[in-house]
Design a protein around this ligand. Structure first.
Ligand code: ZN
Length: 466
């Protein structure tokens, strides 16, 4: 064995000596844009500053419901953070926001008088809901699966509690599409039910996870229709309640809520930028929303987008990269229950001498990004596509038509190209608007890669225009 090995080593040595020695050719030099992208990437992945900021925001302030003292603290935190990062023209743009408070009482139970079964519900008020009288509201439960079905109940709904139980469609791989297909029940369910005389609504939580955690979210009342209480119940409770009312048609529920809407409060969008060296009046808006629901600490929704935007511009600043066009970070207020910050920003900035050339937002969670959704003309879309190779090392180079987020939509309505960061979506709605939206669900590198992708694309737009 040893002899044979020795022989083969000798043979190899002889053979290799006959192979002409090839000069090692150096890797091709990076193009200037690739060099810039690499610098942003290397620095971001070394520092991981987005996560440090998210730790501070969620740890020192927590949930940031519009109009709350925490939202006010978040505004000041945003301003101070922009100053620390060395942004220019850091300022607040005031806006009046709704002030809904949850209150201490959120209780519910269901029982089947005939079957003798009872269930205490894991529920929470939907944002904007009216409260109940102290004794609560009580009624027979009717399960429905759509607004249409609820409306068609007619008089049968009078005095009843409607239970909307259409789940998010599990066959859709993109969970945002599944959410979009179910959320009408949460937003509009109460008024549709009230029109046919129902006294309250319960809505299956917008989540694909089957657990005991209720997920809140915005609901709205139609003008001229009685306002009835609206709650979300956990998916597990929704499944059990469905069984209960199937087994016992006389199943009843009682709900007690102490939530209420107080007068509007002054709050603000937080704005800071790096002024363009050549075309300062051409502006790229990059942002997320500073407010959040109150159940968790708004880590993914949308602490992630806030800190990614801050980090994206902060990275450019740290690297001494001066954009030719202005890149402006906007931390929007009141995305969750009103969109007042987005409307105020668009009203103020779509007039006058500056031109908004692109709106970019991260509001789909801080998970590893796949790429961007782009709403733009075919020409602008192709132009952005031309830079996607710079995002390839981040594995974030997938561009899909359509996209953007709620805060930049008013810009899109005026023809501004919209760009929304698109992260992996499987876990987002497990946490969304619930006590589970906490810092431990965020991975520092995944979060940072989103920030790097935003910085990379925003800088290309700033240098080359759209
Ligand atoms: Zn959000």
């Amino acid at each position: 064995m040893i002899l044979r090995t020795l022989c083969s080593v000798l043979t190899m040595a002889v053979c290799f000596s006959l192979i002409p020695v090839k000069r090692l050719t150096p890797a091709p030099a990076l193009r200037p844009d690739e060099q810039v992208a690499k610098q942003i990437r290397d620095r971001g992945l070394t520092d991981l500053d987005a996560y440090a900021m998210l730790t501070e925001l969620t740890g020192t302030i927590g949930g940031r419901l519009s109009g709350s003292p925490q939202a006010a603290a978040a505004v000041e935190w945003g301003r101070q953070t922009m100053l620390k990062l060395g942004f220019q023209n850091v300022h607040l743009e005031p806006v009046m926001v709704p002030h809904w408070v949850r209150g201490a009482v959120e209780q519910g139970m269901v029982w089947g008088p005939n079957s003798g079964t009872a269930l205490t519900l894991n529920l929470c008020a939907l944002g904007g809901s009216v409260g109940t009288p102290e004794a609560g509201v009580e009624g027979e439960v009717i399960e429905v699966h759509s607004l249409k079905e609820a409306g068609e109940l007619g008089d049968r709904a009078r005095g009843k509690i409607l239970f909307y139980n259409r789940p998010m469609d599990p066959t859709l791989v993109n969970t945002f599409a599944a959410y979009g297909g179910a959320v009408d029940q949460r937003f509009a369910g109460a008024s549709v039910a009230a029109r046919v005389g129902a006294v309250a609504v319960m809505v299956r939580s917008m989540s694909l996870a089957i657990d005991n955690v209720p997920h809140t979210g915005a609901m709205g009342y139609e003008a001229g229709v009685p306002q009835i209480p609206a709650v979300a119940i956990s998916t597990q409770d929704a499944n059990q309640l469905s069984e209960l009312v199937k087994a016992d048609k006389t199943g009843r529920a009682r709900i007690k809520l102490s939530c209420q809407t107080l007068p509007d409060v002054e709050s603000a969008n937080v704005v800071g930028e790096l002024v363009g060296s050549e075309k300062p009046n051409e502006v790229i808006v990059m942002g997320g929303h500073l407010d959040s629901w109150d159940k968790g600490v708004g880590a993914h929704d949308d602490g992630a987008g806030v800190t990614q935007s801050l980090e994206a511009l902060g990275l450019l600043k740290r690297l001494g990269m001066t954009p030719k066009r202005t890149i402006r970070v906007v931390l929007f207020m009141n995305e969750e229950n009103g969109g007042r910050g987005a409307a105020a920003y668009a009203a103020k900035h779509l007039v006058g001498k500056e031109t908004t050339i692109a709106g970019m937002e991260s509001d789909s969670g801080g998970f590893a990004p796949h790429g961007f959704g782009v709403t733009a003309t075919p020409r602008v879309y192709r132009r952005i596509q031309g830079w996607s190779s710079l995002l390839q090392p981040l594995e974030a180079d997938r561009l899909t038509p359509g996209g953007g987020e709620a805060d930049i939509e008013p810009l899109g309505a005026k023809g501004v190209p919209l760009i929304g960061l698109q992260p992996e979506s499987q876990r987002y709605f497990d946490y969304h608007h619930s006590i589970k939206d906490t810092l431990d669900k965020v991975n520092p590198r995944e979060l940072e890669i989103g920030a790097i992708a935003m910085a990379t694309l925003a800088f290309q737009i700033a240098q080359h225009g759209l």
